[in-house]
Design a protein around this ligand. Structure first.
Ligand SMILES: [Zn+2]
Length: 106
């Protein structure tokens, strides 16, 4: 499976939580799923920075690393242990939203 990446002029994943007043808020947490969303936080400050490799994130439109993380969702499959995650970033240069999906299964 691997990674897929795309960009849009409006948020996709983050849409539901756009009224959040916090930079990065834990929205949902369970044994299998962890979701953070907020108005945006730099990758190095994000709680899942290392797990999701957010420091390697860049804008899909202009390649800028000047980005804010506005949404992450990390899931671990309860039986297989496969991990997958989605995240969404907002580019501070071109103001486009980039969505990244990663699946760990083989
Ligand atoms: Zn950009």
């Amino acid at each position: 499976m691997g990674n897929s990446k795309r960009h849009s002029s409006k948020p996709i994943f983050h849409r539901k939580y756009k009224n959040s007043s916090q930079a990065c808020e834990e929205i949902h947490s369970s044994m299998t799923e962890l979701v953070y969303s907020g108005s945006g936080i730099v990758p190095s400050q994000h709680p899942l920075n290392k797990d999701l490799g957010l420091s390697y994130a860049s804008c899909h439109n202009c390649d800028s690393k000047n980005i804010m993380v506005i949404y992450t969702k990390r899931c671990v499959h309860p039986f297989s242990g496969d991990e997958y995650y989605d995240y969404e970033i907002l580019c501070q240069d071109c103001h486009k939203f980039t969505q990244v999906s990663h699946a760990d299964n083989d």
